[in-house]
Design a protein. Structure first.
Length: 367
């Protein structure tokens, strides 16, 4: 692992630390305050924005999405898929990422491409459905692109502007933002993608236009900001009690240790129940988890992704890096360095909370 940074909280005690390097060429070290692409943790922020509008009566959770976005989701789908199904990934809508990153060349080719969210929504809706509406949990980034377009429809603002004003600022976050270009503006690490050995050496993707992820995965934050965000959310600072209860109403996933609410997952560990999300984009992976009372928290970011080796069947193998990360998380959340905690070391289990389920294996890059 090139570099990692983490923020941990236990009651009123806080710790921040970093290890390794932020730039393999210069040897520049990582620091605990580095800004980092947090990927799908963005989904929690987007869900909070939608639920704030539910509180105001502008959105109904169990209303069909076709009521709000008839031009994008017409016909039977528009009548049967509800807002709630988007937020808990039971809509069955396919993932637009599969179309965008269908070839090896597209990974590099989309580095500076600006995607329109409506284009993304249409690609996801055109993709092979993952299931029937309401039938089961099937993770798809397109659900949260549509959630962002829903926010825009009812507020009259871009979803990024609304979330910045009513979620990020309301939570008191000072280093969390939607980037306006492919470049990050604050102190940050370079972000390296190994593609399970397909990029050798790993390639730097710290400069990348995340418009393909939008309100599903483009936010930048720090580990301390993430702890503050989930503490504010679970403490009732961002949502009224009724909407927070809805957010924490979960459905089962393929991973028995994980249940998914509305842009929020619940992870059951031997030492208790934790809430949060994870994220994975090219070169940057993040985990953020918090006890329900906000007294025990852990956020961890690292700058080398898909670092594992593949076995004979093409599946990632657990290695020393995974074990070390499991030990860190076990120490942070449960007070003991137990890398055998469920879900903490398997690099690619179905819907593991610690390996972003939205990310399909990358197509083999050309060397």
């Amino acid at each position: 692992m090139y570099g990692a940074y983490s923020a941990v909280r236990s009651g009123t005690a806080e710790w921040q630390g970093a290890s390794g390097i932020a730039d393999v060429d210069s040897g520049r070290p990582t620091t605990p305050q580095m800004e980092h692409r947090i990927g799908s943790i963005t989904k929690t922020f987007t869900a909070v924005g939608v639920l704030q509008q539910v509180r105001k009566g502008h959105i109904e959770l169990d209303a069909p999405i076709g009521r709000y976005l008839p031009e994008l989701v017409p016909g039977e789908r528009g009548r049967t898929i509800t807002v709630r199904m988007l937020l808990n990934h039971t809509s069955g809508i396919g993932d637009h990422a599969g179309a965008i990153f269908a070839t090896a060349d597209s990974i590099e080719g989309n580095r500076f491409h600006q995607f329109d969210p409506r284009e993304l929504a249409r690609l996801g809706l055109k993709a092979e459905p993952l299931g029937k509406p309401g039938q089961a949990h099937h993770y798809s980034n397109t659900n949260f692109v549509l959630a962002g377009l829903l926010l825009q429809k009812v507020t009259g603002k871009s979803p990024e502007a609304y979330i910045t004003e009513h979620v990020i600022r309301k939570a008191g976050l000072r280093h969390t933002y939607f980037p306006r270009s492919a470049y990050l503006t604050g102190p940050h690490s370079k972000m390296y993608e190994a593609a399970y050995g397909g990029f050798n050496p790993p390639r730097d993707f710290s400069v990348y236009n995340l418009s393909w992820a939008g309100t599903a995965g483009s936010l930048v934050s720090t580990m301390a900001d993430l702890n503050r965000f989930y503490r504010a959310l679970l403490g009732g600072e961002l949502l009224a009690p009724a909407q927070l209860r809805q957010m924490k109403t979960t459905v089962p996933t393929e991973d028995r240790t994980l249940r998914y609410g509305l842009g929020l997952f619940r992870l059951q560990l031997p030492c208790g129940e934790f809430w949060g999300h994870n994220g994975l984009v090219l070169g940057a992976e993040t985990w953020s988890m918090s006890s329900a009372d906000g007294r025990r928290q852990m956020s961890l970011g690292f700058n080398l992704t898909r670092h594992q080796k593949l076995d004979g069947n093409g599946h990632p193998e657990t290695g020393p890096i995974d074990v070390a990360m499991g030990a860190h998380i076990g120490q942070a959340l449960c007070g003991k360095s137990d890398s055998r905690l469920p879900g903490l070391t398997d690099p690619n289990p179905p819907h593991s909370p610690l390996v972003a389920p939205q990310e399909r294996p990358l197509p083999a890059p050309r060397r």
